[in-house]
Design a binder for this molecule. Structure first.
Ligand code: NI
Length: 390
């Protein structure tokens, strides 16, 4: 139990890779240095390497020594966040305003560690596709790779993704079937009234007041229109209007996000935001224009691959360390696009730690590198190993 000894022996090497990526973070579709570091290493270990999928994505192809078999896709994300790091770590970001605040430096490193080990051992049948994707943070790099022919050029029977999870204790994993992360949609509502002197509101139509009523009414979508056994979120996160204390402006703009798991709930939210914004505005003499942009679909894990991943995790960490029915997160995840194409599962690796993902003082826990890399190796050898080679 615990990480494989060969990967524990690579701990220092993986830590050096991870901290180098951390010092040199790059934003979505600009991961040129990162992608080159990934591709060069894969090539040096004898993998067949394909660069530039979905702009900066990389795919490494490795065939096992045990003959023909199915193909697995293992995916890591490579991009950083547009935020300032405050971790104070010696390996802090050298790029002001760009920060690996979600641990994608760790994901990239764990998959590299697994690739290096598997390239040496090759104790599996069939093929592993190591998928290093760009732009997970809101820019749909997974979709860009798929549109660039990812699964036509590199067909996969199954696909797996992993995210570090500081809220989960170190050495634990969450491996659950069904929805794991939410659909993440963007809303923008432009409310047009009639400008006036602030002391003479009856001479105009106040879009700020209308906006306040729209914000309140939108919450009924969650409290009154969502099945209480389901989950949904509507958050208005940005309110823009006005320029002076004594002027009623003509325009107010609201921006926010809707989160959901079920397709019918997502449809309800989309229709509901439009109906409430335009209806409330009309009732108060203003007009509202709604833009509802569908972002990432929900991340929904397939039962068969989830069971396999759970068994691998339990064999490595002990059954008591595995949460097989984790509470899903309302966060969004780009891996959802891959799970729409290919059966698979998306797991969380518990890394512990004081700070959550996207916190300015977050830093990936390097002690988890051998664990995550071991999980990949064990998964490949159990899915494509001796038994699978038959
Ligand atoms: Ni992330």
């Amino acid at each position: 139990m615990g990480p494989r000894s060969e990967l524990l022996e690579m701990a220092a090497e993986m830590t050096a890779w991870r901290q180098d990526l951390h010092q040199n973070p790059e934003l979505g579709y600009a991961e040129t240095r990162t992608a080159a570091a990934v591709a060069d290493r894969l090539e040096s270990w004898g993998l067949e390497v394909h660069r530039g999928l979905g702009k900066t994505g990389v795919v490494g192809v490795l065939r096992g020594d045990l003959g023909d078999g199915p193909a697995l896709g293992l995916r890591a994300d490579m991009d950083a966040l547009p935020m300032q790091e405050e971790s104070g770590a010696p390996h802090s970001s050298r790029n002001p305003g760009v920060f690996h605040g979600c641990g994608h430096d760790g994901h990239t490193t764990m998959l590299l560690g697994a690739a290096k080990h598997l390239a040496e051992s090759r104790r599996f049948a069939g093929t592993v596709h190591f998928i290093f994707q760009p732009a997970e943070e809101g820019l749909a790099g997974a979709r860009a790779m798929i549109e660039d022919g990812l699964f036509e050029r590199f067909p996969c029977e199954e696909v797996y993704g992993m995210h570090n999870w500081p809220q989960l204790g170190f050495g634990q994993m969450a491996v659950g079937s069904g929805p794991m992360m939410a659909a993440s949609d963007l809303i923008k509502i432009e409310i047009e009234g009639v400008g006036a002197h602030a002391a003479m509101p009856h001479r105009g139509v106040d879009p700020v007041y209308v906006a306040s009523q729209v914000i309140s009414a939108l919450q009924s979508l969650v409290s009154r229109s969502t099945n209480p056994a389901d989950a949904a979120v509507v958050s208005i996160t940005k309110v823009e209007a006005g320029s002076a204390s004594n002027v009623i402006p003509r325009l107010a703009t609201l921006t926010g996000t809707c989160r959901s798991f079920r397709p019918e709930t997502r449809d309800m939210l989309e229709a509901g935001v439009e109906r409430i914004a335009t209806g409330v505005a009309a009732a108060l003499g203003a007009t509202a224009t709604v833009t509802y942009s569908r972002g990432y679909p929900p991340t929904v894990n397939h039962p068969e691959q989830t069971a396999h991943a759970g068994a691998v995790a339990a064999a490595m960490l002990g059954e008591e360390a595995i949460d097989r029915s984790p509470e899903p997160s309302m966060g969004g995840e780009d891996f959802a696009f891959m799970l729409e194409q290919v059966p698979g599962t998306y797991v969380w690796l518990g890394t512990g730690g004081e700070f959550d993902l996207h916190h300015p003082r977050y830093d990936f826990n390097d002690e988890a590198l051998p664990l995550g890399a071991s999980f990949w190796v064990e998964l490949v050898e159990s899915r494509l190993g001796e038994a699978a080679a038959g």
